[in-house]
Design a protein around this ligand. Structure first.
Ligand code: NAD
Ligand code: MG
Length: 404
């Protein structure tokens, strides 16, 4: 690839995207070095990653986990352990760092993603919640600092690959008539409302095509993942919502498409494995071996498409409403979803009540202009409080009552 070694900080390194990122990096030791790793509290996984990748820094959000990691690292280790948000800021803004993989899950990733953008880094954005929540701030930071934003979410990476971009990786959308965001439909694509009413967390996390963390897996089952991606597409590609259509494509082979005014439709295809978009983000504008098997179209045999069913999957509509409302509405929608998903994973909420919580919160929390990070964080906090209050009242609902 390039002559110089690129220094990468991997945030969320012990998660699904983090592990895939380190897998791609390990295939190219002459091209990339791991500058820092960061995770919440999984000490065992972090220790193994430090021993293999020898980063200069390892950041643990949790204080006790940071102490434990320090104690367990060999005395001659060159890895220095940092803790908390200050540690994250340090490893994304350090002058040595070229690229930051933003793969923390949820709103917790916003401050570090924003710091990386403000520092003018190449930001490999997997953490879609940070863009949904703080899109105004993040896109402004990218514009003003000269940072590069490379989308890692497979759909947005596909769109990025199907659009001309300038040397700063800024998409040039002249001539585009539509962006077609594909959705697998998730594990409940053909389930009835009554079946979804009784769905367990393990059923929701059993995605037919992708292996992912539990939060995004539940989002995929509710189609809120597609709702968040709809918002993400509007921000990254500077599109008005009418230019983005969602198409259900159960095989997850086409990762999204761009339709042009002349009738051309460009698509990016590949096996559903996040190492493809990760390798593209790491090497852009070049290409890297990623470890992903070549696509066998004869074995795949067919590519199907259908319209999303918003009556069974209201989250898609709620995300659209959040975009239309603008301001902090998207942060509110995202925060309510995070609380509802966690409650479902903790078996305190029915799967079919996830959209009811989000809708209830969006009705109650007022929308303001997201002028600064603290304004967005206040909206996020308020939405979480209202969501927790609503959760407490959500008992004894029947499927009929919810459908009405
Ligand atoms: P995951 O749950 O597998 O991993 C999350 C990582 O974030 C872990 O390393 C965890 O330690 C860390 N983390 C959690 N809370 C933290 C905090 N408060 N501070 C610092 N670190 C924290 O999640 P994932 O599936 O890898 O997803 C990560 C992000 O990438 C999400 O935003 C998700 O929407 C996005 N994404 C994932 C996929 C996928 O295939 N998994 C695809 C597209 C986008
Ligand atoms: Mg995606």
């Amino acid at each position: 690839m390039t002559a110089s070694l690129r220094q990468v900080s991997v945030l969320g390194s012990t998660g699904s995207i983090g592990v895939s990122t380190l897998d791609v990096i390990a295939r190219h030791p002459g091209d990339f070095a791991v500058y820092a790793l960061a995770a919440n509290r999984s000490v065992e996984a972090m220790l193994a990653q430090c021993l293999q990748h020898q980063p200069q820094f390892a950041v643990m959000m949790d204080e006790a986990a940071a102490q434990l990691l320090s104690d367990q690292l060999p005395t001659d280790s060159q890895t220095q352990v940092l803790q908390g948000e200050a540690g994250l800021t340090q490893v994304v803004t350090a002058p040595e760092v070229d690229s930051v993989m933003a793969a923390i899950v949820g709103a917790a990733g916003l401050p570090s993603t924003l710091a990386a953008a403000n520092a003018g880094k190449t930001v490999l954005l997997a953490n879609k919640e940070s863009l949904v929540m703080g899109g105004h701030l993040l896109m402004q930071a990218v514009r003003e600092s000269g940072a590069r934003l490379l989308p890692i979410d497979s759909e947005h990476n596909a769109i990025f690959q199907c659009m001309p971009v300038d040397e700063q990786a800024r998409p040039m959308r002249d001539g585009i008539s539509k962006v077609l965001l594909t959705a697998s439909g998730g594990p409940f694509r053909s389930w009835t409302y009554e079946q979804m009413y009784n769905a367990t967390p393990d059923q929701a996390c059993a995605h037919p095509n992708w292996s992912m963390g539990r939060k995004i897996s539940v989002d995929s089952a509710s189609l809120m993942n597609k709702g968040l991606e709809f918002i993400e597409a509007c921000w990254i590609f500077d599109l008005t919502p009418d230019l983005v259509d969602v198409v259900v494509h159960p095989q997850s082979i086409i990762h999204s498409m761009v339709q042009y005014l002349d009738g051309s439709v460009l698509a990016q295809l590949g096996n559903p494995d996040m190492r493809t978009p990760i390798a593209y983000g790491l090497a852009w504008p070049e290409r890297l071996v990623s470890g992903v098997a070549p696509l066998d179209l004869i074995a795949a045999a067919r590519l199907d498409f259908e319209a999303p069913d918003e009556s069974r999957f209201p989250c898609l509509r709620l995300a659209r409403e959040a975009v239309a409302a603008g301001g902090t509405a998207m942060a509110v929608c995202n925060a309510a979803n995070e609380i509802a998903v966690q409650a479902f994973l903790d078996e305190q909420l029915r799967f079919t009540d996830i959209p009811s919580i989000i809708e209830g919160v969006m009705e109650k929390v007022s929308i303001v202009e997201p002028t600064a990070l603290n304004v967005v964080e206040n909206a996020d906090n308020e939405a979480r409080e209202v969501a927790r209050d609503l959760l407490a009242t959500m008992t004894g609902h029947t499927p009929e009552a919810n459908l009405a």
